[in-house]
Ligand binder design. Structure first.
Ligand code: FAD
Length: 495
């Protein structure tokens, strides 16, 4: 038995006294023959997006004693899988099945409708749990930083995506789609999601879980041309080949590129890494090659246009004569210094005005601090950490976009969340994280929330919302019809 702890019993018990809570007592002999007892470690996770769920999953799978409680600001779980991923990418949302399995594990609980930083502070959570993992994502957005960016008709991609995906705070956005040309600033996958949604035929969108108000607005939309603007060249774009291919194949649309943007690209292609090469080849082919007969036929039927505009940075959003709303955008023309991913955009001094009635800036999400006592690096907009361990804050961890910044797909977020879970467990094993004393966990937090009149939504409450949304969707041939307000969600949850 030497070197191992032998678990003799695992007892569920109620403690009596001022604060009553349920704990799991572990008892056994340590390697040196000494009897030990300890309560099961209680971990709290803030945020129920991929980072929160993957951190929980890894903790629960790897350690049989740990209990995990997930606190979520909204009454509904899954973060950007619900409110970010494009409605026409349903396969991406299959991760929800794995998250649901985790949520239904007897050692995991979900508490929705709890805004950490407002309803409960991080230090209150720390008092009640052995460890707190912050996984609350990146809910702010970077501003363009040019005159005119506050004009009507200028939106952040974050809000625009939130609007078509039913994020309650974006319900009122009602973007004006009565113009012909829309300009999207940024050339990442989010920019392409927005372009695709703006140009997709409504008969495609109406089979998705896009919200009904967005579907109706897009059905009435007069937008016929979407330009996707980036400050560097075709070999520096941040999107991936799958998303560009979706644009190329988007029914009833045709591409409009500028041949001059591709000067020298053909010659450079052979030295590119594989994935970048495939992406560049596709853009080059789309921009320069004479299409075959079938494609020519398809393009001749197209009523909508999309195109990349490279080597352009926004200088000013131009107003209409009444100074009320956007009428165009002034772009500085750039050239590149250096090559490859590290190439820098440098101004040429030339500018160009593009007439448009809609500007959507897709230049990145940004994490925000939620509690003044939690370390926060405002320059990088992340919680400073070492492999998920928050610097100078014992017992505090972070995962997901809050840990790394807002880049990477769900698989990337999964890996960085597993890393955080491993770090936390290492600290438990090494004693760097003290889990020997019992902690009240959700018992004390529930009491605290009750005093404030906050009623949490459990996972089975969420399943009621889920059922209502799916049956509403079924009635209109969609996978789900999302509830659009927190009030409505709470009403269904409490039935
Ligand atoms: P989030 O998913 O944002 O989750 C954070 C959670 O924390 C949210 O539920 C939020 O409500 C909650 N929260 C916030 N503040 C608080 C608080 N104070 N208290 C309690 N809870 C709080 N990846 C793919 O693989 N495929 C795709 O197709 C894809 N499409 C995307 C489309 C868009 C528009 C965006 C922005 C991203 C997309 N991604 C995609 C990337 C993917 O969504 C992210 O990698 C992932 O969601 C990041 O996970 P997260 O848990 O860190 O953040």
């Amino acid at each position: 038995m030497s070197g191992h702890k032998l678990l003799l019993s695992e007892l569920k018990l109620w403690t009596s006294g001022r604060s009553r809570w349920r704990g799991r007592l572990h008892a056994g002999f340590s390697g040196r023959g000494k009897f030990f007892s300890s309560y099961s470690p209680k971990v709290c996770i803030v945020g129920s997006g991929p980072a929160g769920f993957y951190t929980a999953q890894h903790l629960i799978k790897t350690r049989q004693d740990v209990q995990v409680d997930i606190y979520e600001r909204l009454p509904v779980p899954f973060g950007l899988v619900r409110f970010g991923v494009a409605p026409d990418h349903p396969e991406v949302k299959n991760v929800i099945n794995t998250f649901t399995q985790t949520a239904k594990n007897s050692r995991c609980s979900f508490y929705g409708n709890v805004n950490v930083g407002k309803d409960v502070s991080v230090s209150e959570l720390q008092q009640s749990y052995h460890a707190v993992v912050l996984s609350y994502g990146a809910e702010g957005n970077r501003s363009i930083g040019v005159p005119g960016e506050n004009l009507a008709g200028v939106y952040s991609a974050k809000d625009f995506v939130g609007w078509y995906n039913g994020l309650p705070s974006c319900r009122e956005l009602s973007p004006d789609l009565s113009c012909e040309t829309a300009v999207i600033l940024g050339q990442g996958n989010v920019a392409l999601d927005v372009a695709r949604i703006l140009l997709s035929p409504v008969d495609i969108l109406q089979k998705t879980d896009i919200t009904q108000p967005a579907l109706e607005a897009l059905a009435e939309s007069l937008v016929r041309r979407v330009l996707i603007v980036g400050r560097r060249g075709p070999m520096q774009v941040a999107c991936t080949v799958k998303e560009v291919r979706e644009m190329v194949n988007l029914p009833r649309t045709k591409p409009e590129m500028m041949a001059a943007d591709f000067e020298g690209v053909k010659e450079a292609i052979k030295d590119l890494p594989r994935s970048r090469k495939r992406l560049t080849e596709l853009m080059l082919k789309t921009a320069l090659e004479m299409p075959g007969e079938v494609e020519q036929g398809r393009r001749s039927q197209a009523s909508r246009i999309w195109g990349f505009r490279f080597f352009r940075s926004p200088v000013e959003v131009l107003a209409d004569p009444d100074h009320n709303r956007v009428a165009g955008i002034r772009l500085a023309v750039n050239k590149l210094e250096g090559s490859g991913d590290g190439a820098r955009a440098v101004l040429t001094g030339e500018v160009e005005d593009v007439t448009c009635g809609l500007v959507i800036s897709s230049i990145g999400y940004k994490s925000l601090p939620i509690d003044p006592l939690v370390p926060f690096d405002s320059r990088k907009a992340i919680v400073p950490n070492s492999i998920g361990r928050v610097e100078q804050a014992t017992g505090l961890y972070c995962s997901g976009w809050l840990k790394t910044g807002p880049t990477g797909v769900i698989a990337t977020t999964m890996n960085n969340s597993f890393d955080t879970a491993r770090t936390l467990m290492e600290d438990m094993d090494s004693g760097a994280l003290d889990v020997s004393a019992a902690k009240p966990g959700s018992q004390s937090i529930s009491a605290l929330l009750e005093k404030k009149g906050v009623k949490a939504v459990t996972f089975s409450d969420w399943e009621k919302i889920d059922n209502v949304e799916m049956s509403r969707g079924e009635a209109s041939g969609k996978p789900r019809e999302k509830l659009l307000t927190v009030e409505e969600m709470l009403q269904v949850a409490r039935k």
